[in-house]
Design a binder for this molecule. Structure first.
Ligand SMILES: [Zn+2]
Length: 660
């Protein structure tokens, strides 16, 4: 058997001065969808993602957190990798730019530039902030530093320059010979005009930066971030030994539209200078805007993936991201649209079709998929429509038009719903003719469902496995070859699998409120319900990196701001959908407060009643999982999991007593 063709794709190597939001998730989800799709088309696929860990922003963030850079980036890399694992998006290669394999590749590439005569020593002059120790890009003399507001100084430093100017014509020739290299078309036109406008040589090392890969024998020169980060795509699959792994050149670099220039101009030029193979394609996607403006933490409109995955499932998020916008264009993200699509397309659409088909087969054919009898024209029409959709969907996948692929697929689901409404299998009786007709209808629907399940698998990897199991079809759905997919291959006579919960309908307002409150908890981990799980770095991997445990001394006046009193728990109950939280009412002497506490996994509600606890009483009220919490219960955080242990007081301590 011939070896499988290879397909190597990458997400950007994400910068580690922050944590992943929906924008990063979008790129990574698309990469994962393509990976699954290509596998079903017979490719051996490797996907790379990773973390860009050098540069002045990381240096600053580490300083602010009071930890050495290496420790800071290790935590960040864990948080990124951990989130991708949690969301089912683990890549074959997770490359960190502090990995030794990467350091070697960067230094090797530079050596090739040098041998081939494409680097020289020169001077870089720019505006520099002496407080932040960094050049301010694009600043003019007299401009202030955007980070600290102090005046910048004009500074000249020695750099190594890459002769980018030598590649103007070679790049233009390359774009002409490879018209699909930059996608979509609009981005390609931008890049071509940029290159036609002339290319300046590029400074690729710094002497003012400390946290970077050293240029061997040229200290204090370190490589500048872009040269460093781009090279990670190559280091992930073998670096200098890339031929052994057989994955290079990359078939696809997925990037956001803001970084297409680095990938479509600098990167191929670097590879040309080193005489290495050039990637096949760079695909630039648009941004998700939140209510038409770009997301940012300062605007407080950052959308996080985890709360959505927790509430609606990762498949729902994947479906929404791919269905809502045409890949390559900007789109608007709204929780309302997400919940609406979830209910209409997944709960009422695919989920409902699968569960009612199974229920009818269960009832009429003892749970075994029947064989179709004589076909009527309407049965044949539905078969033809589905068969046509297979070609359309695969074609759209090839063109990365995921929105249209899903649209075509859901048109088939709608046709099935309509067919069932017209044919009414439930109204047929038990006569031989009626039973025959019922068998034909249900076999037709089951076959349609089988095909939809296979085609939807790259986008909905979890729920399609459930539907596949429900239909009792052999082998894993991921192993079905898309090239051989056609109408008529349904295995009949097989028993249905166990009924599966697919997409339970949600009440929209409540679902959105819960997602928002979970996001709020994740973004503001220090104002959590109890000091136990939320502020203990070990207990909340993702937040640990942004807020490493720094023991800073505070003055007595700061401590005096916190009002703590002895309270007595009056009632305690669980909160539906929040397995860590208890809703308590607590008597603090002057009033009875409602307070949520993250102790549900360790305390039975009824054992808490009457117990005297320490309460922070002047904390601003906030909502947790949609439930108002007015105060905070103090608990010790014990063990690596941060098990909460409540502070307690003897009988004679009176309710409302102030803690000092
Ligand atoms: Zn500054």
């Amino acid at each position: 058997m011939p070896a499988k063709p290879k397909f190597y794709l990458t997400t950007p190597i994400y910068y580690t001065n922050g944590l992943p939001h929906i924008g990063h998730t979008y790129t990574t989800v698309v990469a994962d969808v393509i990976r699954r799709y290509k596998r079903m088309r017979g490719y051996e696929v490797v996907m790379t993602t990773g973390t860009d860990e050098h540069g002045v922003n990381v240096e600053r963030a580490a300083k602010k957190a009071g930890v050495p850079e290496a420790e800071f980036v290790a935590k960040m890399a864990d948080a990124w990798r951990g989130l991708w694992d949690e969301l089912g998006l683990s890549a074959e290669e997770f490359v960190r730019t502090t990995d030794l394999r990467h350091v070697r590749t960067v230094q090797w590439l530079f050596k090739l530039f040098r041998e081939n005569g494409y680097v020289y020593k020169g001077h870089y002059t720019g505006q520099y902030c002496i407080y932040d120790n960094a050049f301010v890009n694009d600043a003019k003399p007299g401009d202030n530093c955007p980070d600290c507001g102090r005046p910048t100084e004009t500074l000249t430093e020695e750099n190594y320059f890459f002769k980018l100017s030598a590649f103007q014509q070679p790049l233009l020739d390359f774009y002409k010979k490879n018209p699909d290299f930059i996608q979509p078309e609009s981005r390609k036109n931008e890049i071509v005009s940029f290159v036609e406008g002339g290319l300046k040589d590029l400074s690729i090392t710094r002497t003012t930066l400390r946290w970077g890969i050293p240029v061997p024998g040229e200290e204090p020169h370190v490589f500048y971030v872009w040269f460093d980060a781009l090279t990670a795509y190559l280091s992930a699959v073998g670096g200098p030994d890339y031929e052994k792994r057989g994955m290079w050149p990359a078939d696809l670099h997925l990037v956001g539209k803001d970084i297409v220039r680095f990938h479509a101009v600098y990167w191929p030029a670097f590879l040309m200078a080193a005489m290495l193979p050039i990637p096949k394609q760079v695909w630039a996607h648009g941004w998700f805007l939140m209510d038409a403006s770009k997301m940012s933490k300062s605007k407080g409109n950052v959308v996080l993936p985890r709360p959505i995955a927790n509430m609606l499932g990762m498949d729902a998020l994947r479906y929404f991201l791919l269905r809502e916008v045409v890949f390559g264009q900007d789109g608007n993200f709204s929780y309302d649209a997400l919940a609406t699509r979830y209910n209409s397309d997944l709960a009422n659409g695919l989920g409902n079709l699968a569960s009612r088909t199974a229920a009818m087969i269960e009832k009429s054919f003892a749970g075994k998929i029947p064989k179709a009898g004589k076909l009527e024209p309407q049965d044949e029409a539905l078969a033809r429509e589905t068969q046509t959709a297979i070609g359309d969907v695969l074609d759209y996948f090839e063109k990365m038009n995921f929105a249209r692929a899903l649209e075509s697929l859901w048109a088939v689901i709608a046709a099935a719903d309509k067919y069932l409404t017209t044919e009414k299998p439930w109204s047929l009786g038990d006569s031989e003719d009626d039973t025959q007709r019922k068998a034909t209808i249900l076999a037709t629907i089951a076959e349609l469902l089988r095909i939809v399940t296979v085609l939807a698998h790259p986008v909905l990897p979890d729920s399609t496995v459930k539907i596949w199991t429900l239909l009792g079809q052999p082998g894993p759905v991921s192993a079905v070859e898309l090239d051989g997919l056609r109408w008529g291959h349904l295995k009949t006579g097989v028993p249905l699998g166990k009924p599966q919960t697919l997409f339970p309908r949600v009440e929209k307002v409540e679902a959105i409120e819960r997602i928002e409150s979970m996001a709020n908890e994740e973004l503001n981990p220090t104002v959590a319900p109890t000091p136990a799980p939320a502020v203990t770095p070990a207990a909340s991997g993702a937040t640990a990196a942004t807020a490493p445990a720094v023991t800073e001394k505070i003055g007595i006046e700061d401590f005096a701001k916190i009002e703590m009193r002895v309270g007595q728990i009056k009632t305690a109950e669980r909160i539906v959908g929040a397995d860590k939280l208890l809703k308590l009412t607590v008597d603090i002497g002057t009033e009875i407060r409602q307070i949520c506490a993250g102790i549900a996994q360790y305390y039975e509600p009824e054992t808490l009643i009457g117990r005297k606890v320490a309460v922070v009483t002047n904390l601003a009220p906030r909502k947790l999982r949609g439930v108002e919490s007015n105060g905070m219960i103090i608990a010790a955080s014990v063990g690596p999991e941060g098990r909460p242990v409540l502070a307690s007081f003897p009988e004679d301590v009176e309710i409302g007593a102030r803690l000092k």
